[in-house]
Write a protein that binds this ligand. Structure first.
Ligand code: TMP
Length: 216
C-alpha cells in the first residue's frame, strides 16, 4: 500500500438530545484507533478554536435568543472554520474523522424543527461543505421522552436547545429518520436504547459493514 496517500474517512453521529452520541463517538474513535490508525474525534458546533467560541453563542441562553435563520448562519460560520482548520487537513493526511453532529443537525434543528428555509440550508451545504460530506452518518434514534430525561441529567449551561418544547423534539426525531430514508447509502439508523455496550456493538457492526476497517 502507498503509505500516507489515501484520503481518510469521515463519520458523523447524529440524533436528538440524550441519545448518547458523545459517548459512542468516543468509543468508536478508540476502537478505530486501536489498529494504529490516526483518528480525530471532534464535535459541532465547535471542533476548532473559532468554532468553539461560536458554540457558546449557540448553546447558552434563552431558547428564543436567535431566530432559526440566524442560528443557521452561526452554525455555518462555525462549520466552515471547523472544516478548513481541522476536518479537511485531517482527511487529507489520511486520518479518520469522527464528528459528534454535522450538517444533518442543521437540517433537523434549524430546518425541519426550527423553520429555516431548506433552500438556504441546501445552498450553504453546497458552497460551504461541498465535497466534505460524511462517508457514513450514524443516526442514533430513541423516543423523545427517554432522550430528554437522559439529557436533563447533564445539561448545565448548555441547555438552550433542550429547553425548546416537546413538539420541537418530535419534529427533530422525524427529521433525522426522514434524512436516513432519503439518503440510505450515506446514513444508517440505529436504536440508541439499551446499555452502552449494546449500542457500541450495533455501531461497530454498521461501520465494519459499510467501510473498510479490517487490515488497516
Ligand atoms: P450537543 O449537545 O450534541 O453537543 O449539541 C449542541 C446543541 O447544538 C444540540 O442541542 C444540537 C444543536 N445543534 C444545532 O441546532 N444545529 C447544528 O447544526 C448542530 C451541529 C448542533
Amino acid at each position: 500500500m502507498c503509505a500516507g496517500m489515501q484520503r481518510g474517512r469521515f463519520i458523523s453521529l447524529e440524533g436528538g438530545e440524550g441519545a448518547g452520541k458523545s459517548t459512542q463517538a468516543r468509543r468508536l474513535a478508540e476502537r478505530l484507533g486501536a489498529d494504529g490508525r490516526e483518528v480525530v474525534l471532534t464535535r459541532e458546533p465547535g471542533g476548532s478554536p473559532g468554532a468553539e467560541a461560536i458554540r457558546g453563542l449557540l448553546v447558552e441562553g434563552e431558547a428564543d435568543r436567535w431566530s432559526a435563520v440566524s442560528e443557521t448562519l452561526l452554525m455555518y460560520a462555525a462549520r466552515r472554520d471547523h472544516i478548513e482548520r481541522l476536518i479537511e487537513p485531517a482527511l487529507e493526511r489520511g486520518a479518520w474523522v469522527i464528528c459528534d453532529r454535522f450538517l444533518d443537525s442543521t437540517r433537523a434543528y434549524q430546518g425541519a424543527a426550527g423553520g429555516a428555509p431548506m433552500a438556504l440550508i441546501e445552498a450553504l451545504e453546497l458552497d460551504v461543505v461541498g465535497a466534505v460530506t460524511p462517508d457514513l452518518t450514524l443516526i442514533l434514534d430513541m423516543p423523545v421522552e427517554a432522550g430528554l430525561a437522559r439529557a436533563a441529567g447533564r445539561a448545565g449551561a448548555e441547555g438552550r436547545f433542550e429547553s425548546k418544547g416537546h413538539g420541537f423534539h418530535e419534529r427533530l426525531r422525524a427529521a433525522f429518520l426522514h434524512i436516513a430514508e432519503r439518503e440510505p447509502e450515506r446514513c444508517a439508523v440505529l436504536s440508541a436504547e439499551g446499555d452502552l455496550d449494546a449500542v457500541a456493538e450495533r455501531i461497530w457492526a454498521v461501520v465494519a459493514a459499510r467501510l473498510e476497517v479490517a487490515g488497516g
